[in-house]
Design a protein. Structure first.
Length: 140
């Protein structure tokens, strides 16, 4: 994790190969309805939102990593920045080592990544209101 002009970012600590696991996006697993409620609450509070939505087995899930008190426990995934030309991609999987099995989200390399390169993922946020509020979603 590094601190740059725009804020925190995650840099590759070694050369990474296409398809290689990088990290998990850790946080509280919530339903899409709960995530939408929280997004509104966070916006009203002027708080940054770290909710990542994904699909698995025809269901939509969300991981909320917003709670700053848990940030250290949740690892670097929440600090991976957005790009429309990312070098990482999210991969959903069912963790069958837990009972009951739990949907999870990790980031893997979309391409080879050199040591020191910033790790980036497409947040896939295309909601017109979100894009209007954060135009960088379509230009970074």
């Amino acid at each position: 994790v590094s601190s740059g002009a725009p804020g925190l970012c995650v840099l590759a600590g070694k050369d990474l190969e296409k398809g290689e696991y990088v990290c998990e996006y850790e946080g509280e697993l919530v339903t899409e309805a709960t995530a939408k409620e929280r997004e509104q609450q966070y916006a009203q509070m002027g708080k940054g939102c770290y909710i990542f939505t994904f699909s698995l087995n025809n269901s939509r899930w969300c991981v909320d990593a917003t709670d700053d008190s848990m940030a250290a426990a949740w690892g670097p995934g929440r600090l991976v920045n957005h790009s429309i030309t990312p070098n990482l991609v999210g991969r959903a999987y069912l963790d069958t080592n837990q009972s009951p099995p739990k949907p999870r989200l990790c980031f893997v390399c979309r391409q080879d990544v050199d040591k020191g390169d910033e790790l980036l993922v497409d947040y896939n946020e295309r909601d017109p209101q979100a894009v209007k509020a954060f135009p960088w979603l379509l230009s970074s």
